[in-house]
Design a protein around this ligand. Structure first.
Ligand code: ADP
Ligand code: MG
Length: 143
């Protein structure tokens, strides 16, 4: 389904609404240019999952984890692979354990740098239409 948002609050709201469809083991891949609204969407999504901490882009540290208490789901991981050059850059993060784990929900910005692999991931495409207008296409989860 494709959505058009007119400001960042609407994008956050969409992320928050969308979070209600998620379950443990879900992987969300967020595509689109810088400023497309990926992090903004993740802020709403994290809020919907019950994350209290402020969500900032993990660009310089690749990954941030947040504790959540949503039944069997215990952790929300937010990755930004923009600066990744090769798989070596993520060695040591334990991603193989995290991605697809039933106790985790994982959102990945710039997945095309590395993790464009999972067929069962939810893919979301962000496009800048105008200064404050973004089109957001969500593929998966009937949303
Ligand atoms: P990305 O993570 O895709 O690089 P961000 O979410 O960090 O993008 O940044 C989006 C920027 O665009 C923010 O500065 C935000 O205020 C602005 N913006 C303007 N309109 C929108 C909108 N409709 N949705 C999301 N962000 C918007
Ligand atoms: Mg971002």
């Amino acid at each position: 389904m494709k959505y058009l948002t007119k400001n960042y609050e609407e994008t956050q709201k969409l992320g928050e609404e969308f979070s209600k469809r998620l379950k443990g083991g879900d992987v969300i891949l967020l595509y689109g240019d810088l400023g497309g609204g990926k992090t903004t969407f993740v802020q709403g999504l994290a809020k919907g999952l019950g994350v209290k901490r402020r969500i900032i882009s993990p660009t310089f540290i690749i990954m941030r984890s947040h504790k959540i208490d949503k039944g069997e789901v215990k952790d929300f991981y937010h990755l930004d692979l923009y600066r990744i050059k090769s798989k070596d850059d993520v060695d040591g993060l334990g991603l193989d354990e995290i991605i697809g784990n039933k106790e985790s929900i994982v959102a990945i910005e710039w997945p095309e740098r590395l993790y464009d692999v999972r067929d069962d991931a939810i893919r979301i495409y962000f496009e800048n239409e105008d200064e404050n207008e973004r089109s957001i296409e969500i593929n998966g989860r009937d949303f």
